[in-house]
Ligand binder design. Structure first.
Ligand code: ZN
Length: 403
């Protein structure tokens, strides 16, 4: 019975239609400065976004669900039209993607912390005194030489005390427990197999941890490791399979390039500048039906609690717009993946402004691009996962549903 229920919009996606550009400013949404009552986006001088908002249709989107603060991974899955709870991407997988690691389907990835243990094996520092990244790289190269029976192994540094372990081979599974006990004065946990299927993966990982311990034994700080977020890269239906879209990603940061790759986007070369992002769009515009463009600095400045910095990043983002508008003449949607208010210095659950420009979009009274003005937009407040069907519809890529 179940498979007879058509999945929307996939079931009505047509083979042709207009082109779509999804322009994302990471962490775009904010909160008002108590002095001025204006958010970062409302404070920033954004003449290009404002002009677009005037011409197009606006609204707000709720990334996952009301009250839920998302990570950038699930928030992007929602923008791409994938229910982020159904298509959960494990933290180990995201960490591996975040360093541009070429993760294959079926690989198991785990986030690693270097840690300090005392003579009795009790954890005294879960982050090994945040060893320098160079030290992490040096130790990672040593641990990368460990051999395990029947699997290929990759150990890669990330930053400070963080690294990634990837196992590649037949029959590996994810979802096993973390070995970081989240406390000091206790030993790291073992990886436990809850089912027979998990036994081999658990054995391999435990064997790795003990071999790593032997190599690290004389290290003053990083003399142990813990594993977190053990996950496999699962098969995910691609943009082509779901929407008949040949899609490309233009993004500087590895994690976003990685998530785009997971849904089958062709990830274009890393652009060094904003001008290069637009140049890539122009150069490849004829080859693809869908482009995902990602701008990072609205998020990183928000995470730093830097209100003026986020205002400046938003103004910088605004400068991309004319070049993109010039190329993306069918459907252009501008939004963020989630809010990152400088006042919270973190991601948040607040709805994110959206603006959609297309020849067949309605008009609304919204005259500028901001959290408050977009409340009066004709799109209303919708879920992040509903943006993809809207983009497809405006591009003339969805057939009528039913007779
Ligand atoms: Zn984000």
């Amino acid at each position: 019975m179940h498979e007879r229920i058509p999945r929307l919009p996939d079931a009505i996606a047509t083979a042709s239609g207009g082109k779509i550009v999804l322009l994302v400013a990471d962490g775009l949404g904010g909160l008002p400065d108590p002095e001025t009552g204006l958010t970062e986006l409302e404070t920033a001088k954004t003449p290009n976004l404002d002009a677009l908002a005037k011409e197009g249709v606006t609204g707000l989107h709720v990334p996952i669900a009301p009250g839920i603060t998302p990570g950038s991974g699930p928030a992007h899955m929602a923008l791409f039209g994938y229910d982020p709870v159904e298509y959960l991407i494990g933290r180990g997988v995201l960490e591996a993607l975040g360093i541009d690691f070429d993760l294959k389907q079926g690989d198991v990835a785990a986030r690693i912390n270097f840690a300090t243990v005392d003579g009795a094996g009790m954890i005294t520092d879960r982050r090994a005194g945040r060893i320098p990244t160079e030290k992490c790289a040096e130790l990672s190269a040593e641990l990368d030489t460990i051999k395990l029976p029947g699997v290929e192994l990759f150990f890669r540094p990330v930053k400070e005390h963080r690294a990634v372990l990837v196992l590649r081979g037949e029959g590996l599974v994810g979802g096993l427990n973390d070995t970081d006990p989240q406390a000091t004065g206790v030993p790291p946990l073992q990886v436990r197999a809850e089912t027979e299927k998990e036994e081999r993966t658990a054995e391999l990982l435990n064997s790795f941890v003990s071999q790593a311990g032997a190599i690290l034994v004389d290290e003053p700080k990083a003399n142990a490791i813990t594993l977190r977020g053990i996950a496999t890269r699962e098969a995910i239906p691609t943009f082509e399979e779901r929407y008949n879209l040949r899609a490309a990603a233009i993004a500087q940061y590895p994690m976003y390039r990685g998530v785009a790759g997971l849904v089958g986007m062709n990830v274009l070369p890393v652009p060094d500048t904003l001008d290069e992002m637009t140049a890539l769009l122009r150069e490849h515009y004829e080859e693809y039906d869908f482009f995902f463009m990602h701008f990072k600095y609205t998020d990183s400045t928000g995470e730093n609690g830097d209100f003026p910095g986020k205002v400046a990043a938003t103004e910088q983002f605004d400068t991309i717009v004319p070049g993109v508008v010039d190329i993306a003449t069918d459907v252009l949607l501008v939004t963020g993946d989630h809010s990152t208010p400088s006042l919270l210095a973190s991601h948040s659950w607040h709805p994110v402004p959206v603006l959609l420009k297309s020849r067949n979009s309605r008009r609304d009274p919204c005259e500028s691009f901001g959290e408050t003005s977009c409340l009066g937009g004709a799109l209303g407040v919708i879920r992040g996962v509903d943006l993809m069907p809207l983009m497809l519809a405006h591009a003339g890529r969805l057939a009528k549903f039913g007779a």
